[in-house]
Design a protein around this ligand. Structure first.
Ligand SMILES: Cc1ncc(COP(=O)(O)O)c(C=O)c1O
Length: 470
């Protein structure tokens, strides 16, 4: 980092200068900085003893030690009422809610040390650099990356996918393979590439219940395939693709693999070492983190094959009027000043998820989905999209109601009961259009939802059916 910044003075000279400066400014303004750290009491004691913490300090038990129901208290938005009713938020697949730990991390950047990453030699700058790089390490750990430098920050999943679509060295005759269940963000970049560079876009059909079809996939692989880009978990039906198997097959023909893990961060193992993928894209806002934050994991060997999408500050170590020296990864992919507060919040979010525990999250949403499926699946006028077995749909229940349009159902649930779901084609228009499938209602469950909320949602759907006989 420091060599990147071009620091030249030796440490001993800098130390001497520092001591001299301190004696000069002894009478200067006092800076008071308050730090909020959520740690166990023992840790706080140790930090205090080293003089690293000043008051006030809020002491909360870590999430793994509290019941999921108690964790709802960490989400301020769940404590409020709208028009006198509590909100039943069943739209976490669109965007998750944020715990206080994330809001505090963002807040503390702006309140306590809002500087610039990398460039500064002052306290705010170094604190920003430390917190930003700490977040990168947290993300790297969350994804099982071998090095933090394999983590590139982006605005969202969409930008991360575009970075790969624009950054690889595509040649006429190359091919890219996706599935027919991809979100528009993992479809349009490849359509664009096909038009721009003559790359062939091959689409693997999924099975009728939207599960991955390995035979159909193998039939579309050959040495012309440069990249396989598939979803981890579907935002339409909740099915999960067998990523490790897909990566193994892709490697056989020398293809790289990109995973769209936008829906994977809550309740799934995204470990890239386990799956063996080259790239992974995810969004902070679906993982308890802030909007406008995302990640592209790029394996070191894959980074070597990638050029940055944007040129500008932070991507270089030196320039002349006619040339530049590109910086190392990940900085050469992160042009311009980054969303520091957001990324620091993202680090807090992924830490929070790890503390809650992916297995615990997965078990809970499966229980909720089973409950909802049992209640709604047996109703005459309801058709569930995707596999009948809720265990194969992780946190999603997407359904149509015969005789009522999806947008009317979602509107009635919201207006009548403050139950928040999502209706439409869920940015998977191509899948809907190819099948002539009507738009659907999607309920998505998270670890902060309760069985009572799911019961209430099901009762409300039944009320809608009674009010609007088919
Ligand atoms: C599977 C999938 N991929 C990609 C995206 C795009 O995510 P973002 O809008 O955060 O870039 C979404 C968003 O819903 C998604 O569900």
């Amino acid at each position: 980092m420091y060599s990147k910044l071009g620091y030249s003075r030796s440490m001993s000279t800098r130390r001497r200068l520092t001591t001299k400066l301190r004696s000069l400014v002894r009478g200067g303004p006092k800076v008071c900085c308050s730090v909020e750290i959520q740690k166990e009491p023992g840790d706080i004691g140790a930090l205090r003893a080293r003089g690293e913490v000043t008051l006030p300090v809020r002491i909360l038990a870590p999430p793994r030690k509290r019941a999921l129901r108690k964790l709802r208290e960490d989400f301020p938005i769940l404590q409020q009422r709208t028009a006198g009713r509590p909100a039943v938020y069943l739209d976490s697949a669109c965007s998750s809610l944020r715990p206080t730990a994330v809001i505090d991390a963002i807040d503390s950047y702006y309140r306590s040390y809002s500087g610039c990453h990398g460039r500064a030699q002052h306290a705010f700058g170094t604190a920003t650099t430390a917190a930003f790089e700490d977040a990168r390490r947290t993300v790297g750990g969350f994804l099982g990356a071998k090095a933090a430098s394999e983590i590139v920050f982006t605005r969202n999943t969409t930008e991360a996918i575009n970075l790969v679509a624009r950054g690889l060295d595509w040649r006429q005759g190359d091919a890219v393979v996706t599935s027919d269940l991809e979100h528009n963000s993992n479809l349009l970049p490849w359509q664009d590439l096909a038009e721009r560079a003559g790359v062939e876009h091959r689409v693997v059909p999924t099975r009728p219940d939207t599960r991955f079809d390995m035979d159909a996939f193998r039939a579309r692989l050959d040495p012309r395939v440069k990249l396989v880009s598939v979803l981890h978990s579907s935002n339409l039906t909740g099915v999960t693709f067998p990523i490790a198997d897909i990566a193994r097959e892709a490697r056989r023909v020398g293809a790289m693999v990109l995973v769209d893990a936008a829906q994977g961060a809550l309740g799934h193992d995204l470990n890239v070492d386990h799956s063996g993928v080259d790239f992974l894209a995810m969004s902070g806002h679906k993982a308890l983190g802030p909007t406008g934050t995302g990640v592209l994991y790029a394996k070191r060997t894959a980074q070597d094959r990638l050029t940055g999408m944007l040129a500008g500050g932070e991507t270089v170590t030196d320039t002349t009027y006619t040339g530049r020296t590109l910086g190392p990864a990940p900085y050469r992919f992160e042009a311009g000043l980054q969303n520091y507060a957001g990324i620091i919040g993202l680090g807090a979010a992924l830490q929070y998820i790890e503390d809650v525990g992916q297995r615990r999250i997965a078990r809970h949403v499966r229980t909720l989905n089973t409950l909802a499926t049992e209640q709604l699946g047996k109703l005459d006028r309801i058709d569930i999209l995707g596999p009948a077995d809720p265990a194969l749909r992780s946190s999603l229940l997407t359904f149509t109601v015969r005789g009522i349009e999806a947008s009317d159902v979602a509107w009635l649930l919201s207006q009548g009961a403050n139950v928040m779901t999502r209706a439409g084609k869920h940015c998977v228009h191509a899948w809907y259009n190819a099948r002539g499938q009507a738009p659907a209602v999607r309920a998505s469950f998270a670890f902060y939802n309760t069985p009572e909320e799911v019961e209430f949602f099901c009762w409300t759907v039944k009320d809608v059916l009674r009010a609007y006989p088919g």
